[in-house]
Write a protein that binds this ligand. Structure first.
Ligand code: GLY
Length: 314
């Protein structure tokens, strides 16, 4: 009888212990990663915005706008690398995990913050991408800060009069910023003046969803920097997110994508491309085809710079 009473008293206690919800795991975000040493400017500005209560898209815009404003490394914003005709044509993209939304601009002239134009496309139109003159008109309609481009027609004329050959294709850095927020949602953005000496009208990987940037709220986000022609032909960022969906870590996924492209491409590993990625668990990774790749990581209120060596060719 005494045993029976003890059991009767114990069972509800055991049941209560089993039914109690497990302690909530620590949120893996916020986590930010961004390309190149100037990525630290982006992660710092984005973190500051988050700390002031900004949402993930405001944080992405704040981070990238700051790099655009400073025209960091002469490869982002209006002070970025000019095309073969001597003036900057800018590309940018923003993507948000919830709703799988994207907005992009390409070949944008004379606008200080292409990322803001891209966000207006995403939030204020039924389109995803605007290019060239239409993108500039749209940005001006939204009162975005512009620079004087009165001398552009003259520059274009001068180029047409010269031999129509790209002068210099060196240099092609992009700011790409990826974010996992504290609610577990992902977003990303990128902005660039593109390859120096590109033909007027050339568009790189950066403004193309799936190429220079891809975000999937079920999995994570990936982005690219480097020679866009070697990224966009392989749906560079999309494939990394899909590798993560199949179970790879961000690091494995970035490396696998470099190897995959190198296997197919006549240039092998001489691709001049780099990738970075983060997932919903708060893990991140990066890989470079050739050359070292420094990138910024922002978490716990501070940013650090990590530099990786290129992958070892297989
Ligand atoms: N990744 C930038 C560009 O190639 O334009």
């Amino acid at each position: 009888m005494r045993t029976f009473v003890r059991c009767v008293l114990l069972v509800p206690a055991l049941f209560a212990a089993c039914a109690a919800p497990p302690p909530a795991p620590a949120a893996p975000g916020p986590l930010l990663i961004a390309t190149w040493p100037f990525g630290r400017i982006a992660t710092d500005a984005a973190m500051a915005a988050l700390q002031q209560g900004a949402g993930r898209l405001d944080a992405i815009e704040a981070g990238i706008s700051e790099v655009e404003r400073l025209s960091c490394d002469g490869s982002v914003g209006l002070g970025g690398r000019p095309n073969a005709a001597g003036y900057a044509q800018l590309d940018a993209c923003i993507m948000d995990g919830p709703g799988h939304r994207a907005g992009c601009v390409a070949g944008l002239e004379g606008i200080v913050h292409p990322i803001r134009a891209a966000r207006h496309v995403m939030e204020g139109t039924r389109h995803v991408m605007l290019v060239g003159e239409g993108a500039r008109w749209f940005a001006l309609e939204h009162q975005l800060e512009s620079a004087n481009v009165d001398d552009l027609p003259a520059k274009k004329q001068a180029w047409v009069a010269r031999e129509r050959r790209p002068a210099d294709t060196a240099g092609h850095d992009t700011v790409t910023l990826l974010l996992l927020d504290r609610d577990g949602h992902v977003a990303g953005g990128c902005s660039t003046s593109g390859a120096g000496g590109k033909l007027p009208g050339r568009v790189g990987d950066s403004p193309i969803p799936g190429a220079g940037l891809y975000v999937d709220d079920e999995v994570g986000a990936a982005g690219a920097t480097g020679l866009g022609e070697n990224v966009m032909r392989y749906c560079g960022s999309y494939q990394i997110v899909e590798f993560m969906r199949q179970g790879m870590s961000p690091q494995q996924a970035c490396e696998e994508q470099v190897h995959r492209i190198a296997r197919k491409d006549p240039r092998g590993y001489q691709l001049d491309i780099c990738f970075l990625a983060l997932d919903k668990h708060g893990r991140f990774g990066a890989a470079a085809s050739n050359g070292r790749f420094p990138f910024a990581v922002g978490r716990d209120g501070r940013s650090e710079l990590i530099t990786i060596e290129p992958v070892t060719p297989r």
